[in-house]
Design a protein around this ligand. Structure first.
Ligand SMILES: *Cc1c(COP(=O)(O)O)cnc(C)c1O
Length: 395
């Protein structure tokens, strides 16, 4: 049902033996010597039309072998025909929107999504119109000119879960894009549930070490060809060094995701039992809405959680200033624990009213749990909660 360790270790490395190397080669060429003018023209045409490879790469905006190896690895992990990598998660989302423009300019989307994704869709920057609906209202919102349905599950930052199959049933022939960044291919493979496109901010779990920005979309080969045409034209390439770092992280993805999920569970249960804390958002807690999707759609709840502080913004600010072991920083999916305040940071670009109504309150804290010992993280959180609880501030 899910991607296995062997695929993660060997995916995208099929040509290494033939090349006579063991580690992933990094090809930094921006241009390539041509065997002859006609052959060069034929390769250029093939790549500009969106083919995945050609006899000659011609120019690095058209093709790069280091990037292609990472794409093969990710495609295998998602059980997809193809994958196309971009310079960031946002570049990947932009390419999806542009690639589908010929179908129409209307998008149906379900909140919450990552703050900048919300902003990109809502601003109409790419000439699109968006209808924000709930996951059960998708069918009613679809129009003849609807090009794309976009959902994010689990959603950033509230961990809201959406039944992918239920959305796909409402979509008719409109492609459904799932931002699966929080789940990774270890916990969820949306294509198996009928999604047409799976998007990852590779910056997060895929990279996993906080040192690379990238984005990737897994999909059919036909869809991949459209995405490559956009990538060739707009130049939102993943750099070969970034592709190398991402690919190098793939073999440990499952280990990292499973370990972080275990640690997150330890913290989530303690937070849920703590009187200093309000509601805790983590799909592994009993009674979490949509938890029935665990097992059917997701193998596990993952390692990002959120919780509410009764003291609101002031308490949240104090908590973030008081942690010592955890890093107060945006982003997620790294080997170490990151803590941040969505309303003031990652989701600040959203309209305030929309933000509050989709559950991103002034007291909401998001925690991306890393690989540390749960006891050490809890000790840090415990002292910070003590410092920001109203009783201690009054004292
Ligand atoms: C970070 C993030 C993005 C954007 O990715 P970048 O790599 O920062 O461009 C998109 N979706 C989700 C869920 C994210 O967490």
């Amino acid at each position: 049902m899910t991607t296995n360790h062997t695929h993660l270790v060997h995916g995208g490395r099929e040509d290494l033996r033939e090349l006579g190397v063991h580690a992933l080669p990094v090809d930094l060429s921006t241009t390539y010597p041509l065997a002859g003018l006609e052959a060069g023209t034929a390769s250029l045409d093939a790549l500009v039309e969106g083919q995945g490879s050609a006899e000659n790469p011609v120019y690095a905006r058209l093709f790069n072998p280091t990037v292609q190896r990472f794409e093969k690895s990710l495609a295998r992990a998602e059980a997809a025909e193809s994958a196309v990598a971009f310079s960031s998660g946002m570049a990947a989302l932009t390419a999806c929107i542009l690639a589908l423009r010929e179908r129409g300019n209307h998008i149906v989307a379900v909140r919450p999504v990552y703050g900048t994704s919300d902003h990109l869709l809502d601003s109409g920057l790419l000439g699109n119109e968006v209808s924000w609906v709930s996951a059960t209202e998708v069918a009613d919102a679809v129009r003849p000119e609807t090009a794309l349905i976009m959902i994010e599950t689990p959603a950033n930052p509230t961990l809201k879960l959406i039944d992918i199959e239920a959305v796909v049933r409402q979509a008719g022939d409109v492609p459904v894009l799932v931002d699966s960044t929080f789940a990774t291919p270890i916990l969820q493979q949306p294509l198996r549930h009928g999604a047409a496109l799976v998007l990852h901010s590779a910056t997060k779990f895929l990279g996993g070490h906080g040192d690379v920005i990238g984005g990737v979309v897994a999909c059919s080969e036909a869809m991949a060809a459209s995405l490559r045409r956009v990538r060739v034209a707009t130049g939102a390439l993943l750099h070969p060094w970034a592709a190398y770092l991402l690919h190098r992280s793939m073999p440990t993805l499952k280990l990292r995701v499973e370990r972080a999920q275990f640690v997150a569970g330890e913290l989530a249960r303690r937070l849920a039992a703590d009187p200093r804390v309000g509601k805790v958002h983590w799909p592994g807690l009993s009674g979490f809405p949509g938890a029935e999707l665990l097992g059917r759609q997701m193998l596990g709840p993952g390692s990002v959680l959120a919780f509410e502080l009764p003291g609101g913004h002031a308490s949240a600010a104090r908590l973030i200033e008081t942690v010592r072991l955890m890093t107060p920083a945006v982003s997620l999916g790294s080997i170490d624990t990151l803590i941040q305040h969505p309303a003031a940071l990652t989701h600040r670009v959203m309209n305030e009213c929309e933000r509050t109504s989709c559950g991103i309150s002034p007291g909401l804290i998001r925690l991306s749990v890393g690989l540390e010992e749960p006891e050490d993280l809890w000790a840090d959180l415990d002292q910070a909660l003590e410092a920001c609880s109203p009783a201690s501030r009054a004292a």
